[in-house]
Design a protein around this ligand. Sequence first.
Ligand code: SF4
Length: 329
Amino acid sequence: MVTRVEIDHRLNRPRHPEKQARPDQKVLRKPDWIRVRAPNSPVYFETRALMRAHDLATVCEEAACPNIGECWSQRHATMMILGDICTRACAFCNVATGLPAAVDASEPARLADAVARLALRHVVITSVDRDDLADGGAHHFARVIAAVRAATPDTTIEVLTPDFLRKPGAAETLADAAPDVFNHNLETVPRLYPTIRPGARYYQSLRLLDRVKTLNPALFTKSGLMVGLGETRAELTQVMDDLRVAGVDFLTVGQYLQPTPKHAAVARFLPPEEFADIAAQARAKGFLLVAASPLTRSSYHADQDFLALREARRAATPATQAALAPVSA
Ligand code: SF4
């Protein structure tokens, strides 16, 4: 059998060296409701050219996101800071892994300039895991947030961060930097962490969300889950309850898609009706906002969702706000 070895087109070396020894996993055929159109709009190509001109990485490309045609056609790109090499090797993720390069001090200014040129009213900024850095990259996130605030004060800022495992002070740094939305994805249920997120700890991720919210209650917190990895509905329910206890405002739920045969296999494709049912359940638990569909990703429609989130907080009466408050608060 010929094993497919994915080569990073820019670096001309294996993209996932740690995954090459793994046995191939069967790739299931995608159902009709997962299909997306190939990108071909002029704005898509303009967005791509701007990212290249500013030497910026995006998770849209690095993670091979299926929504790239739609998002980039609306100038909505999720920028990935701290390089494009990750120190973890999560079984679901298509970002290249290895030893990252030094942090580029010019990145905050380049990114802020791209945000201004794209005239973004809302920007989503994420990063690779940087376990090699003493602060996990927290101060670089803060510098990027400050640069965007200075260049385009009206742009609202959403960060999607790593877990900062064993990086004391990172939550405080992010809470002080005061993005409009602090997002950290739990990704899956705790039982699947050893196989899907082996370098992470479920309760560390939960604690990070709780800590940032406690330090800065004015910002919105957000978290995302992939489904179709073999989790049960009871496990999903438990994760929703945990997120509410941590005071998380916004939950996203999307179908896991397998990037290559070396990545974790899809256990099943959930039909759209099941996503609607999950969304209804999550709303009943008191999240301010829930997005759940096969193609939902943390940053999908993030600009419109941010407006809805702000409106939902505004509309909540004091009694509702008290009911929405985390149980531990
Ligand atoms: S959903 Fe997010 S990661 Fe995917 S293309 Fe859109 S902005 Fe990029």
